[in-house]
Design a protein around this ligand. Structure first.
Ligand SMILES: NC(=O)c1ccc[n+]([C@@H]2O[C@H](COP(=O)([O-])OP(=O)(O)OC[C@H]3O[C@@H](n4cnc5c(N)ncnc54)[C@H](OP(=O)(O)O)[C@@H]3O)[C@@H](O)[C@H]2O)c1
Length: 319
């Protein structure tokens, strides 16, 4: 194997740049993967810190296994999460990869890990189960499209999805949304969610927008409901009437799985094994790919994500 690989580097002051980098060496609890596909995430639009290999999620073949990683992983077809995924070779903690079902392509698999871990983690934290009503905001986002399907898999009684784009309504309905609210800025989200949930509001809210829209999401929760702040597409700051939380006994929690210790992400992946991976294998949960590009065309892929027009994930294929 060559000692260098092609990789995209970015940083706070560096736009995405294709360059040569040394092939990483796996640590004792890591595996080395030949990347076959990768996918973009919203956070790829705003790289921070010093220059680093870009990207977070990938699918490929394990070519080397660290001394304390399971030896049977050698040669496995996996998908996973690791910093530095926009490269020909990726190094990942062995608990941050899962074996890809035979029925799923590398391109499809690469678009799933972030969404599966984040949305399953958030829905579980919100205690979604049979007969739970769920609201998912910005549901056409790369992770939201999987959140809608996971809510259905977990038995949610009613799933309400929001989008700003009327043309994305039918996709969200196909994925399992019982009601789609097209947010236009002058509507009343709480009233529309109550109408869709028998007057109660949503027992669990997964909010991907944040900013001032978080207050609307809280307003759409049922009394005693759980609001999980997952994303900040509309900004990290907003104003919220704390009396609304207190009066209606709404619990507000936040998740950021990119900022957790390796064991937490490992536990999230373990949580997918019993029910979610079989559902991916038989396509009850499917990848929603807006568009796919060649690895060399990552700039066009990034532009597509930045356009806000994408419905689902933007993928990159390697040879
Ligand atoms: N907590 C975690 O661990 C975690 C993990 C992964 C991602 N995230 C966060 O989750 C969010 C979604 O990530 P992603 O990669 O799935 O996003 P993405 O694919 O880039 O989502 C883009 C879509 O979101 C909607 N959108 C964009 N800006 C919006 C705004 N200001 N208000 C309302 N809707 C907006 C648009 O759809 P419409 O046309 O339908 O409105 C757009 O097509 C991001 O904030 C990301 O940082 C958090």
């Amino acid at each position: 194997m060559s000692s260098t690989m092609r990789a995209y580097v970015s940083g706070e002051n560096t736009p995405l740049t294709l360059t040569d980098r040394p092939v990483p060496t796996p640590g004792h609890d890591e595996v080395l993967i030949r990347t076959r596909a990768a996918a973009l995430n919203n956070s790829d639009l705003t790289p921070s810190g010093d220059d680093h290999v870009a990207g977070f999620e990938f699918a490929g073949d394990i070519i080397e296994v660290g001394a304390d990683a399971p030896a049977q992983l050698r040669g496995a077809r996996v998908m996973g999460i690791a910093s530095g995924a926009l490269a020909e070779i990726v190094v990942a903690h062995h608990r941050h990869v899962v074996v890809v079902p035979e029925t799923v392509s590398y391109e499809e698999a690469a678009t799933l890990p972030t969404a599966l871990a984040t949305e399953h983690g958030a829905l579980t934290l919100g205690e979604v189960g049979p007969a739970t009503s769920v609201l998912i905001t910005a549901a056409s986002s790369g992770i939201g499209v999987v959140g809608v399907q996971l809510a259905a898999l977990l038995g949610a009684s009613t799933i309400v999805a929001t989008t700003r784009s009327p043309q994305k309504r039918s996709l969200l309905e196909q994925l399992g949304a019982n009601a789609v609210v097209v947010t236009t800025g002058d509507g009343d989200l709480a009233a529309e969610v109550r109408a869709a949930t028998g007057g109660d509001g949503a027992r669990v809210v997964l909010d991907h927008i944040g900013g001032d829209a978080l207050a609307d999401a809280v307003g759409a929760a049922s009394d005693g409901g759980n609001v999980i702040s997952v994303g900040r597409l509309g900004g990290a700051r907003g104003s919220l009437d704390l009396f609304t939380l207190a009066r209606r006994h709404v619990t507000l929690r936040s998740v950021s799985y990119g900022l957790t210790p390796p064991s937490v992400l490992g536990d999230l992946f373990d949580g997918l094994t019993p029910a979610v991976l079989p559902a991916i294998a038989d396509r009850r949960i499917r990848a929603v790919i807006d568009s796919a590009y060649a690895f060399d065309d990552a700039h066009t892929a990034l532009e597509r994500l930045a356009s806000g027009q994408a419905a689902g994930k933007v993928a990159l294929n390697l040879d």
